[in-house]
Ligand binder design. Sequence first.
Ligand SMILES: [Zn+2]
Length: 429
Amino acid sequence: MMIVDEEIRHSLGDRRFELPGGHPAHRRMRELLMSEVEIAEFESFHQENNQVQIRWNHNRLEELGLVTSRPPRGLISKSGSRPLWYLIGLEEQGGGEEGEINHSERLEQYQFRFDVDRLLANRAPLAAALATDGTEALAWYIPFHDTSSEWGIYIRDIGPRIIANRCFPDLLRTNPGEALELAFDFLFAHEFFHHISEIACTMLENSNLSNPLYRPYFDRLVSGDADEALEEALANSFALDFIHGKQNKDGLRGLMDDCPPGYRDYGEYQSKLHFERGLDWLASMFTGKPFSRSNRYTFGHGLFSHPNSVFNRMKVPLHETTDRSPCTPALPICIFNNIIVPEDIKNKANHKRTPPNARKQFWKCIDKLRGSQIKRNRRLEKLDRKDWFKFDVTGGWRMVLEQISPGKWVVRYLDEWDKYMRYRAKNSL
Ligand SMILES: [Zn+2]
């Protein structure tokens, strides 16, 4: 049984609305749909291809197999069953034909444990999303006031993995399942608070039907104005409360402190008293007032608390989304239209002291990279200097490539591994 059913939604009548243009789901739609080519272009040209407004469209994602809807669920209980999609990769690999141990180790490394900074360095759209939208880069809530049929909580598949790697690295090493569940719980609880908040506002709205409240309030919430972001601070504080262990909480605090205003202000609402005061302020914002510490809707916090019998029925449809181009493994995608091999590199490659295998592989790699418009390759690794990359020519030989303009590359270095390491250190690559 869901407390918000179609009957309740229907009864909202013309108080329902289409998602406002500022809602983060529109931005996520664009990122979820981006192909490798588009991401590579985005990253090469550092452009915000934002000119064309792409609107949130659940049905389109469903057609493309990028969203999976789950039965509605309530707030996490520790005994509750959580989705297992993040374990599927491991299960599928079980019983593989050859080199199982190496293979699954590698898989685990790429699927669960990765360097978030490197991932973000390689995925500019995702990094931009986190910087702009905080928690909503990884999960978002479509209110039941929305006129489309698919309201609920959306969790992006990379979301729990980013949080687990960034916030619970030790737990991820010892108990990856638990780390991912905890990360999932955090995102779900944050979004669930938006649901609690929508219900609270609807209760106020119902007391005076001539005056729609949620729609104008929601417009302000998603406007991107830091003064309207109180609900995000409360949602983060609420979600943090569901996370056990000081180390885990501190890990999340580190993440939230880097988030945009609002999201990062969770700390002001951590005690019960301050949280309730925050709810009073939020309720006053529902009525159209600006955020102010003197605008307290004195009994506002009562709108957010419910007897267990009601709370247990407050279930929200859950939808899991996948990016069209997988965000993990954290490998760079590059466009290779042209690769210039300068004379000194040619001489190095063809030199009689260069092992025949390295020579052969070098020219083979150059041909292969040139022939491929787009490359995502485990042997290609981004270096610290902007637009510089390392490529493993053989087990022992490395080359360094620089992208001098979009799609146009120059080989800067070619040598054995230990010499490459010295070259890299010397040039602070
Ligand atoms: Zn939020």
